[in-house]
Ligand binder design. Structure first.
Ligand code: ARG
Length: 563
């Protein structure tokens, strides 16, 4: 599927320059899918916008623009309404777009994607599920478009709680070796209570944090063991999810410990630090609370401890200086958006984030329970992610009841996990969504299993047809033309996802493909048609299957050949 739209857009810009002068080449022709079939395939309002600046009647401008456009080889043009230009692609253009494989050249740009980021000694929760699923999809899309993708799992593995936990280990006469994740969690809870109730224990804990931060070997060894237990557990979740995250991608908060004082010193030297009640703060222009009071970034507490923000500043330095990022993407829930705005602004002021590197916060909403409240266990605890995923796989398994000739276990896993991922990715990530397994695993509607089924059904049909690898040559029926038109938009959608970092656009697109496919099945016989029509329809089915497979693959969702 080569992209048609960029070619059309280039020709529009050239025509605007020829007819009205070079400044008009800068205007985006805004080619949009036509809203009604009688408007053709695409529509542009460029003439209206040029007319606006020129102060000329729009239809007159449209006529001049169309005269200057050379698109006869690709499409028919028509001026409509107040001065819209409607485009109808020639069948040969559509066929060529479907027949040519999509490929993108390396961009030579590096993108660092910070995602998943669970916290040590805690279970991963549904928020981390969102970050992992969205982050994986974005990494896939960016890599497909030729970016050099570097994953960074910024796990929460540092901070005062480790002082408490290590002291609690000693108080309980336990060793870190004896703990599993459950044990770690309980240890954390015990140490918290102990800390709040016993001033002496609190002092010991604080001293222990100092030992940890200064690299005392025994303290470090206990800490490392706790981190290992957690990372092993995270890895099991990643394996179940089929995530692209590896152990080598873990660069946790602890990794920046040695740079935190430098961060503070350099900000201070740059005159960006103010002392406020003993704490060191950076005040940024434009950041004020509702009542107009300034909102500082605290970079060092009055007790000398560093903060989440200090670590994130050090992480930016690492990503720019060592990883040479051209683009940094943070997949973190939207409650942290102020934090990232402040960190980005401060890093720019300090000169750590150069104008050539973009930094983007990919925020997302909350996962809700059926009652519309955040998804929690009955006693307010976080729901174990693995239990949820297992449940999804079990539901998928019962969906496959009685199917023959499939690997039931592997297929149930692909369908169950795919269903959860698709549900997460298919709504606008900024919105909250309800975790509803019944809807997720449904075979109808805009769901993962529906798309997987469309793919499996195509595979079956093509196996019967002998999977010939011909070209699409006949696009006479409206249903086959419509399907080809949608397929020709694949590359454009993937580009849009990379620009907007909104995976739901790809989901909506794939759902459109599957919908157009089912209309095509109804109106255009494939196996029972004859001659060139049959060969062309088989080629169209092959192209459709490839788009579904590639598109689901980019979303991190498997496409089993049978289900
Ligand atoms: N561990 C944090 C949490 O669970 C998210 C970290 C996000 N990444 C970052 N660079 N701050 O809330």
């Amino acid at each position: 599927m080569s992209a048609v739209l960029p070619v059309l857009a280039t020709r529009f810009s050239a025509a605007a320059v020829a007819a009205f002068g070079s400044p008009y080449g800068e205007l985006d022709p805004e080619l949009r899918a036509a809203t009604k079939p009688e408007f053709g395939h695409y529509q542009s309002n460029l003439a209206l916008r040029i007319a606006n600046t020129l102060g000329r009647p729009p239809r007159e401008v449209a006529v001049r623009l169309v005269d200057a456009l050379s698109l006869d080889d690709l499409c028919d043009l028509q001026i409509a309404g107040p001065g819209f230009i409607n485009l109808t692609l020639l069948p040969s253009t559509l066929a060529a777009a479907v027949n040519q494989p999509v490929s993108f050249n390396p961009t030579g740009k590096r993108v660092v994607v910070d995602y998943s980021q669970p916290n040590v000694a805690k279970q991963m929760h549904v928020g981390h599920l969102r970050s992992t699923v969205i982050g994986d999809a974005l990494c896939n899309v960016l890599a497909y478009l030729g970016y050099d993708v570097v994953r960074q799992n910024h796990v929460g593995d540092w901070g005062t709680q480790y002082g408490m936990m290590i002291e609690q280990l000693l108080a309980d006469g336990l060793t870190a070796e004896s703990l599993d994740l459950e044990g770690l969690q309980l240890l954390y809870e015990r140490s918290r209570k102990h800390f709040d109730a016993d001033g002496n224990f609190a002092d010991l804990s604080r001293a222990r944090v100092v030992l940890l931060q200064s690299g005392d070997p025994e303290t470090l060894a206990s800490w490392r063991r706790m981190v290992e237990v957690s990372l092993d557990d995270f890895e099991q979740v990643y394996a179940l999810l089929g995530s692209g995250l590896r152990r080598a991608d873990v660069v946790g908060e602890s990794a920046y410990n040695d740079d935190l004082q430098n961060v503070v010193d350099e900000l201070d030297a740059a005159g960006l630090v103010t002392e406020s009640d003993g704490a060191l703060c950076a005040f940024l222009p434009g950041f004020t609370g509702r009542d107009g009071t300034p909102l500082p970034v605290i970079i060092r507490k009055s007790d000398g401890g560093f903060l989440y923000s200090t670590t994130d500043l050090a992480a930016i330095r690492h990503r720019v200086n060592t990883l040479h990022a051209d683009r940094i993407v943070y997949v973190v829930d939207h409650r942290q958006s102020l934090h990232f705005e402040q960190i980005f602004a401060l890093a720019r002021m300090a000169g750590w984030l150069p104008p050539t590197t973009t930094a983007e916060h990919v925020g997302f909403g909350t996962v809700l329970a059926a009652n519309g409240k955040p998804f929690k266990t009955r006693d307010g605890g976080t729901i174990k992610l693995v239990a949820l995923l297992d449940e999804a796989v079990a539901r998928a398994d019962s969906l496959l009841e009685g199917r023959e000739g499939i690997d039931r276990g592997a297929t149930a896993r692909a369908v169950g996990i795919g269903a959860v991922k698709y549900a997460d990715l298919s709504s606008d990530r900024g919105n909250d969504y309800v975790f509803d397994l019944d809807r997720m695993v449904s075979m109808t509607g805009n769901t993962g299993p529906y798309l997987q089924y469309a793919h499996a059904r195509l595979t079956r049909l093509l196996t019967k047809a002998g999977m010939s690898a011909g070209d699409v040559t006949v696009l006479q029926e409206p249903a086959e033309e419509r399907l080809a038109l949608i397929l020709s938009g694949f590359a454009d959608v993937v580009v849009q996802v990379a620009e907007t970092l909104q995976p739901h656009r790809l989901c909506t697109y794939l759902y459109d493909v599957a919908t157009a496919l089912s209309v095509f099945y109804e109106q255009c016989p494939v196996l029972t048609s004859e001659g060139e029509t049959r060969a062309s329809r088989i080629a169209l089915c092959t192209a459709t299957r490839k788009v579904l497979q590639d598109g689901l693959g980019l979303l991190g969702i498997e496409a089993p050949d049978a289900m």
